[in-house]
Design a protein around this ligand. Structure first.
Ligand SMILES: [Zn+2]
Length: 189
């Protein structure tokens, strides 16, 4: 994956390789890595992080009900929460991998998925969507400034992951331009 030279538009990483360069989508690639980690952790046991200050998340009543209905399964995904009045839940524990994320937005997104999922059986089918949503919230966003060290750490991690070339939705996470392709673009070959 080469070595990071620059970040552009706070969204893409330019990395120089032996015979060209690579343009990496920082969110898509990190999201994929987070997804693989979460999925593996889910089959074993997700490490959790107790919140020092529980977070009250305002939701619709039916979202609150959906979250309470699937409380046990959500515990397996690393979340602990209680109902907090009619239109809110109090989140006490989240997956450790997501400790940097916006808990309100994350909880809301998951509640929306659960709202459409009435039974435990149906939830099994949606686990992938929930893990994807968790990965999205737990990953470097587009628009975040990264140091060369951050960028190189991401590139090294991508090299260790077989699926790093594709985002969760099947789109590429990076594109590669070889020197000979660049020369062709400039009519030099
Ligand atoms: Zn995303």
């Amino acid at each position: 994956m080469g070595f990071a030279k620059a970040q552009i538009q706070k969204t893409y990483i330019i990395s120089q390789t032996q015979d060209g360069f690579i343009l990496v989508d920082q969110h898509a690639s990190h999201e994929r890595l987070t997804y693989e980690k979460l999925q593996k952790a889910y089959t074993e046991q997700i490490k959790t992080q107790l919140l020092l200050i529980p977070e009250v998340v305002d939701l619709t009543e039916s979202e609150v009900e959906a979250l309470c209905h699937h409380k046990e399964e959500m515990q397996k995904l690393g979340f602990s929460y209680d109902r907090f009045g009619q239109n809110a839940v109090m989140v006490r524990e989240i997956p450790a991998l997501l400790k940097q994320s916006d808990i309100k937005a994350l909880t809301k997104d998951i509640a929306e998925i659960l709202e459409e999922t009435k039974t435990a059986f149906a939830l099994k089918e949606r686990i992938k969507d929930i893990l994807a949503s968790m990965s999205c919230h737990g990953s470097i966003r587009a628009g975040r400034e990264l140091s060369l060290n951050d960028m190189n750490a991401l590139l090294r991690e991508m090299e260790q992951n077989n699926f790093a070339g594709e985002c969760i939705h099947g789109r590429p996470t990076y594109i590669e331009l070889k020197l000979k392709d660049i020369e062709k673009l400039f009519n030099r070959s």
